[in-house]
Design a protein around this ligand. Structure first.
Ligand SMILES: [Zn+2]
Length: 427
């Protein structure tokens, strides 16, 4: 029997175990924010992995943003060494999920199995992916116990809020150091036949325009920060958006609309603060003395972050030149450099071959419009041989009635197991 056949039956015989593991993970409501039940989910995975021979370490990201005694940021790193030296393949999944939101027709933490799908918050993003990687490793170990190198599985905190209490913390502690880990697969829901090579860059900034307060009946005695911001927004609309639309990328970003530079204005706040919901009076007549917007600029591998920033400061300076009393401040909030793994990287080639074998079609290559934990593995861990590959439909992430297909999980578990065979067995 070939490895492929043996792994296929080892995985198919674990269908019930895969369903049960996924359900048990989904039933732990690891909501972030604030970061609930992180310890519980790490324990659940540890209890599954330890009997398989994994050496499990529970790591709290002490001092990381959002870590507190009430909501500690727990992570699990499990490692199983083979019988001789070799490379290490690491599967990393985030265990946190986003809020439930409205519109569910199933229990968001019930993990109901219906028509071959498991429903619940975090099924596709990404507890189904974590479970698939665990079953892949289990089937591989049972089929090929004499492997070289090591298998690692980590379940990490806070991906949905930047990953600082999760992968960033572990990367800073050396867990992704190239001498320790050589290949990283992040089973985010990018679909079982696609390899995600990386993501676009991000720059968030807050712009504040200044004004002077005065009575609203005599606005000429004040200076409206809102009108100044209006001029900024006009310039963004008329000048910046058309420029961004011309900046196209060679990165295979999905969906197609994100294959260019994009900008979202996350918020606008100007004038007097919003009153409590139960306030029934009228607003006070004042000229706004300040107005703020938050920009979310997504940039391309062909762009330079310094130039992305100066494009906006030049715009503000143009507005300033045209408006005598215009004054502003700009503040960086968050930035991530784009990341894109080479298509010829070893982990990409191995997963692509496994997809061809298992699904009998060529692998697709995509890049994510938004960032994920690859940024920390790349920038802090200095490990370039990293991709996202996992079951599920990306569009379902963060939606009501999120689900994962059991057959999709089984197929991608086969791809992952075959990848382990290629990277950890003698060729
Ligand atoms: Zn995710």
């Amino acid at each position: 029997m070939s490895h492929d056949d043996a792994l296929r039956s080892a995985i198919e015989s674990r269908r019930d175990a895969l369903i049960a593991l996924t359900q048990s993970l989904v039933r732990i409501p690891t909501l972030n924010p604030p970061g609930r039940h992180y310890h519980d989910i790490c324990v659940a995975l540890r209890d599954y992995l330890e009997p398989l021979g994994f050496d499990c370490r529970m790591i709290r990201a002490e001092g990381a943003p959002a870590d507190s005694d009430k909501y500690p940021r727990w992570n699990l790193v499990a490692r199983r060494d083979g019988s001789r030296p070799g490379e290490c393949v690491h599967f990393n999944g985030h265990h946190d999920v986003v809020e439930v939101g409205h519109g569910w027709t199933t229990d968001p933490f019930g993990a109901e199995l219906k028509d071959g799908r498991i429903y619940g918050r975090g099924t596709c993003d990404m507890k189904g992916g974590i479970a698939a990687s665990v079953i892949a490793a289990e089937a591989f170990i049972a089929t090929c116990p004499d492997y070289a190198g090591a298998i690692e599985i980590s379940a990490t905190a806070d991906e949905e809020s930047g990953g600082f209490g999760g992968v960033a913390y572990l990367a800073e502690k050396g867990f992704f150091a190239p001498e320790r880990v050589q290949h990283v697969i992040i089973p985010e829901p990018l679909h079982k036949d696609r390899i995600c090579l990386g993501h676009r860059g991000v720059w968030w900034a807050e712009i504040e325009t200044k004004g002077r307060i005065a009575h609203g009946s005599m606005p000429f005695l004040g200076d409206s920060a809102i009108r100044h911001m209006g001029a900024v927004l006009h310039e963004i609309e008329e000048v910046l958006y058309p420029i961004l639309a011309t900046k196209r990328t060679e990165m295979p970003v999905i969906p197609e609309g994100a294959r260019q530079s994009t900008l979202n204005i996350n918020s606008v706040h100007g004038g007097e603060p919003e009153q409590e919901e139960d306030y029934t009076g009228l607003p006070a007549p004042c000229v706004a003395d300040r107005c703020r917007i938050v920009l979310d600029r997504r940039f391309l591998i062909e762009e330079d972050l310094a130039e992305v920033k100066s494009e906006v400061t030049r715009l503000l300076e143009r507005v300033k030149a045209a408006r005598p009393t215009f004054d502003y401040e700009i503040r960086d909030l968050f930035e991530v450099i784009p990341s894109m793994t080479d298509k010829d990287a070893p982990v990409v080639r191995s997963v692509a071959r496994a997809i061809e074998t298992v699904l009998e079609r060529e692998a697709g290559y995509v890049v994510s419009p938004g960032t994920y934990d690859q940024k920390h593995i790349d920038r802090i861990g200095k490990l370039k041989n990293c991709i996202a590959y996992g079951p599920g439909v990306l569009d379902l992430a963060h939606q009501p009635d999120e689900w994962i297909g059991v057959d999709d999980m089984l197929d991608s578990a086969r791809v992952m197991a075959l990848t382990l065979a290629e990277l950890l067995l003698d060729k």
